[in-house]
Design a protein around this ligand. Sequence first.
Ligand SMILES: [Zn+2]
Length: 492
Amino acid sequence: MRPTVRYAAFIALGIGAGIVAAASINVLRLGSRQIIVAPIVPPAVDERRAAEHLSSAVRFQTISRDFAPDVDRSEFLRLHAFLKEAFPHVHAILTREVVNGYALLYAWPGEDPTLRPIVLMAHQDVVPIAPGSESQWHAGPFSGEIKDGYIWGRGAWDDKGNLMSILEAVESLAAAGFKPRRTIYLTFGHDEEIGGTEGAKAIASLFKLRGVRPEFVLDEGLLIAEGIMPGLDPPVALIGIAEKGWATLKLTTTAPPGHSSMPGARTAIGSLARALDRVEQAPFPAVVGGVAGDMLRTVAPEMHGLNRMALSNLWLLEPLVRRQLAAAPSTNALLRTTTAITVIRGGDKENVLPGTAEAWVNFRLLPGDTVRGVVEHVRRAVDDERVGIEVLPQSSEASPVASQTSDGYGLISRTVRELFPSVVVAPGLMIGGTDSRHMAGVAENVYRFSPVRARAEDLSRFHGTDERISIENYVEMIRFYETLIRHAAGAR
Ligand SMILES: [Zn+2]
């Protein structure tokens, strides 16, 4: 968000004095939504040992590749053997099931069977290293090297950081004789990066079959972001309460094929181009509402300056805020179902008219929009019955929106505030996909949050070059999971 300059101009150009007065009152009246917690003594963590464990986990090349279902997955089995060795108490006390050969499902049975369980999710697989980028890394991408206070390598952040810190937390609790009141499930899929069908989806089916109804599910997701919003000084922990959906539509046009010396009035490529232009000219409406609206209203009281005033007075300034947010792709994606033309095919010779042309348009759906609705929207925008419109497989609806007043949200929020005292907690919308979407039919409240600190410049490390996590932050992650489990399943 970079809206400050234009807000200033807007305000200087003269809104009436009465409105300014009303807005100022609103700024004063809008109280913080942050829960007040007493600071706690963070759980003790053997920093060196934990860093070495994560470093070892990074060295297993558990790569998921698109279009490579028959890939050798022996690295996953080696990772499993390592986990057994590194976490003896986990493996002595929890039950462990292997699902579809590689996904892991652990259960730590609770003492009170009337309490609903909780589910902590992570995934074992990682994305490949982009060919040619290996030499740009400051440490071997699968070396797990520990240097300059960081653990380096693919997966250190996404998502072995979460997987290993969850296990460190459970190991430490189990070793200390902790007995959970409610059952705790740990699910570690092995194919999240290629859809999660064999891993998380299969585990979700098992939960359904067994009648497991979790109180809440927590998976990887949004982060503790620093310096992302002008006017907001403290870092903000965004708890993903929903995830956008995904649909790719294939648009196809046809025309008589033939020689380019005698073209008809309508060509396949010309018709397709016109249809695509119409789709692009008809974006879905942007709204400062839903999850994005909740996020802005939650951070507003923690801000200062003009942005605070604008966000505290959405009743008045919504159109202005909307225009500003829609201007940047990253914030635009929070306000609307986005449209992206990603593939086009048609013609392969300069003097031949192709009989068909096709394009793929990828949509990311805001909660509330549906795949069906997207097809309708595109059909209306194209307004040409001769253009074929087809939904490609693997589309997924936007997730339901989890509650911000549930026990689960409260526990996550409290844990963050206790361990990261200066951090503001707010609900957020996950733009990318996670394994947790498979839990939609299993639990009402699914949250997507990783206690990972990141600044804007770190985001390129995600699925990119120089992925790493600081040891200090990794220790915070372990403390987060340990404290969360104590709160959720400890003695009252
Ligand atoms: Zn991930």
